[in-house]
Design a protein around this ligand. Sequence first.
Ligand code: URA
Length: 209
Amino acid sequence: MDGVTVIDHPLVQHKLTIMRKKETSTAGFRRLLREISTLLCYEVTRDLELTMERIETPLKEIDAPVLEGKKLVFASILRAGNGLLEGMLDLVPSARVAHIGVYRDHETLEAIEYYFKAPEDISNRLVIVVDPMLATGNSSIASIDKLKERGARNIRFLCLLAAPEGIRNFQAAHPDVPIYTASIDSHLNEQGYIVPGLGDAGDRMYGTK
Ligand code: URA
């Protein structure tokens, strides 16, 4: 599918299968989400530009590669996005973080915004938006609308699972934003859940149901 990268690394797929199992505990789910997010982060940052920096090893002066440009921004869509954020920060501790609060109205499935906090200067940074589930696409579309209003121009979207309906909506709204996911599942059900999915990601990671 154009504009969508499915991260099919065996470790990602194995961990995802355990996360999908209904008997996986809250603690297990959370631990796996943190582990899998480091692997997803590795893939979503695979093509970042490098520049050479003069350094001294204990033996010799050399030109060695370092990341080019301003620090990355990880934008977490609350609350489930925070589960992906932790592992990503393990890998890129210097990244800046944005938090975006949008919730789905359970009747209309529309996204309602209640919180937005991002670093001042996001226009020259790569912004990686994270949310485990791309379901209807409403919350991710609304979040990226807000980021673009604040000047973000270079955006990627990272999720664990995506529904084909969500991908279609997302790409219609933000054709310039590449999607990275560990799986494209079958469909959305009438309640807006991804099938087969893994249930409500926030509830599963925080034990709220
Ligand atoms: N959000 C979730 O947490 N799970 C779904 O299946 C869909 C949206």
